[in-house]
Design a protein around this ligand. Structure first.
Ligand SMILES: C[S@@+](CC[C@H](N)C(=O)[O-])C[C@H]1O[C@@H](n2cnc3c(N)ncnc32)[C@H](O)[C@@H]1O
Length: 248
């Protein structure tokens, strides 16, 4: 698991990733679906932690929308260094911190809301660790605090990937999968000349993660059900599923 976490960290520390995520701040910005979900559930004056914020695409986007009580944190030191430099350059007061969602430095009940955008939580290897991360997020949320995150759509229900998963199952059943993969559904794919380690889950598995972490589901919906994103966003990223969960 340590090796996979280091892999994720190295990917997002790489200059290709840094270049892409820095340019995404202005080129992509906040998705319309992210804006709609935030404005539906999150009060402007509430305190927010943007986990896995990268170079700050969502953090700066939310700040510009009026969510100014916001902290960004990420596993990648290089992305956070860039986020800090950009905030300074733009005269924006956002605290950006380096860290790991598996062990958050904040005290219990520190935030009203937490966000883990663009399927970032699925970079955490093994379901027990994703449950651990959700438990950590629950710990730093205040009672009734909300956690909003996204995942890829249920891996078994995306028609375009049916054949891929059939082949994958065969490879896995024969024990011929890449030995760096720890769990059925794990994948290492190449994007921007970088190897990305991520887990593709079923909807049931995400529900299990939420339940075992002791959080309650408020709403879940596909990005495409929330709104029609523009061509730029659709070309940039495939459809994903938003999850809105709450602490008791
Ligand atoms: C797909 S990128 C999204 C970045 C940013 N949220 C955006 O939308 O531009 C996923 C991010 O999650 C971060 N990440 C992955 N695992 C993490 C962990 N265990 N703790 C904190 N951040 C993590 C990565 O470093 C990366 O910046």
């Amino acid at each position: 698991m340590k090796e996979q976490l280091e892999h994720v960290k190295a990917t997002y520390n790489h200059h290709n990733a840094v270049k892409k995520y820095v340019s995404d701040i202005d080129k992509i910005g906040l998705w319309e679906s992210e804006r709609i979900i935030f404005e539906k559930y999150i009060a402007k004056n509430s305190s927010i932690i943007d986990i896995g914020c990268g170079a700050g695409r969502t953090t700066f986007g939310l700040y510009e929308l009026g969510y100014t009580n916001i902290v960004g944190m990420d596993l990648s030191e290089n992305l956070i260094d860039n986020a800090i430099a950009i905030a300074k350059e733009r005269g924006i007061l956002i605290d950006f911190e380096k860290g790991n969602a598996l062990q958050l430095k904040w005290q219990n009940c520190s935030f009203d809301n937490a966000f883990f955008s663009f399927n970032g939580i699925m970079h955490i290897p093994l379901i027990r660790n994703r449950i651990k991360a959700m438990n950590e997020i629950k710990r730093i949320l205040k009672p009734k605090g909300r956690f909003i995150f996204t995942t890829h759509e249920d891996r078994d229900s995306v028609a375009a990937f049916k054949e891929f998963w059939l082949d994958y199952k065969k490879t896995w059943d024969e024990g011929k999968q890449d030995k760096r993969l720890l769990e059925y559904g794990d994948s290492i794919f190449i994007k921007d000349d970088l190897e990305h380690y991520i887990h593709f889950a079923t909807k049931e598995e995400i529900m299990q993660t939420i339940t075992e972490a002791g959080l309650n589901l408020t709403e879940t919906m596909l990005r495409s059900e929330i709104c029609d994103e523009n061509e730029r966003i659709n070309a940039y990223s495939v459809d994903c599923r938003f999850w809105v969960v709450e602490k008791n």
